[in-house]
Ligand binder design. Sequence first.
Ligand code: ZN
Length: 312
Amino acid sequence: MLQTSRTKLTRRAALASLPALVAVALLAAPRPSRAQPQRLPVVATFSILADLVRNVGGDAVEVTSLVPPGGDAHVYSPTPADARKLSEAKVVFVNGLLLEGWMERLIASSGARAPVIVTTKGITPIELREGRKDAPLGPDPHAWQDIGNARVYVANIRDALAAADPARAATYQSNAANYLARLNALEGEVKAAIAGLPADRRRIITSHDAFGYFGKAYGFSFIAPQGVSTEAEASAKDVARIIRQIKTERIPAVFLENVTDPRLIKRIAAETGARIGGAIYSDALSDDKGPASTYIEMIRHNITQLTAALAN
Ligand SMILES: [Zn+2]
């Protein structure tokens, strides 16, 4: 009996002191100071776009990429955590041009009310596959592979962040101006690097057709058995056609991609004797330790791989 009532007393004492403990905890908790306002939570659908948003947003935004580095944005399966991130975001950045077929349903199911910004707005899309009956028609989504288009993405991101967070509009303007200057320098590097490559060596095989914009901007032709989305497998007919083409046109190199299965390209290399020119980054960045953890690093890495394989 005595034991029980003493336990009760102890428990009551503990309960009585609880409000004081809570008050102490609240006092000790770090509070956001006026010098460091809260970061604006925003979402981008894939890692390349997230990096562009990070460069424009700087310390003022907290960017989440739905598809992680190395992931395939064509065929992503969203998670419940993705829906939660969307519902918390103040701005949602998408590529558009039919890249993220899974996104519309995710936005609807998440109940997100943030503006959805199509960052390719204003870019003239490459329309696909005229003359190929078996391939899907529609815009080529890989617009980011042309640095000129990346400048349009950056302007769209800047305007959307300034509209969502007008108090820091000047920050977004100045970050975007700095980053645009870096993109201009990058484009100069690319042009200098490829200047010495003869036109007849600027032909490249990749597994999926992700480099149409890059090719158009910088004078390369890319041929891919898999078409513009990784959703469809390459047909035996397409693979046979490409093997014939490599042999007759003496195409010097084939390239692996970071987001696709390497087996098809390895088979094509084995059957044609074309050199495997390393891995290039098409639809996703590498993780922090990899050679392409930012957009600028990705373009540099790709151009180094391409020029090394095609130089002689
Ligand atoms: Zn792709």
